[in-house]
Design a protein. Structure first.
Length: 125
């Protein structure tokens, strides 16, 4: 978060500001996780479509539901703003980068540095 005068914020954040930052970063990470679930379940979706088509059943409802869920999660991810720079966290120009865990503008990680779940053996996952 930057101060209105353009200077970097003081390193001594209040406990409330720190809590708000962690909550915003948690929401950003959750939005990313939701879209990643849709992305990684695409092979399962294709398999179900093939099974339904082989049985000569309608796939229209399944297609619309999957596309609607994907669209809602993608829009949720696109509207997330970076708490540090205020720009879209995952979008630079017209391109959505849902593989990154860092702001595409300022590099802020969506996992706080003190989060023990964010790294295993020094590597961030």
């Amino acid at each position: 978060m930057t101060v209105d005068n353009g200077k970097e914020p003081e390193t001594g954040q209040s406990e409330e500001e720190s809590r708000q930052l962690k909550e915003q970063l948690r929401r950003i990470e959750r939005a990313r996780s939701r879209l990643m679930v849709c992305f990684y379940t695409l092979p399962l979706y294709i398999l179900v479509l093939l099974m339904l088509l082989n049985e000569r059943r309608s796939v229209t409802t399944l297609m619309f539901v999957y596309m609607a869920v994907y669209a809602v999660f993608a829009v949720d991810m696109v509207i997330r703003a970076c708490p540090r720079c205020g720009k879209q966290f995952f979008v630079k120009g017209f391109f959505l980068n849902f593989f990154t865990r860092r702001c595409v503008h300022c590099g802020l990680s969506c996992r706080p540095p003190g989060n023990s779940e964010s790294s295993i053996g020094g590597r961030n996952f």
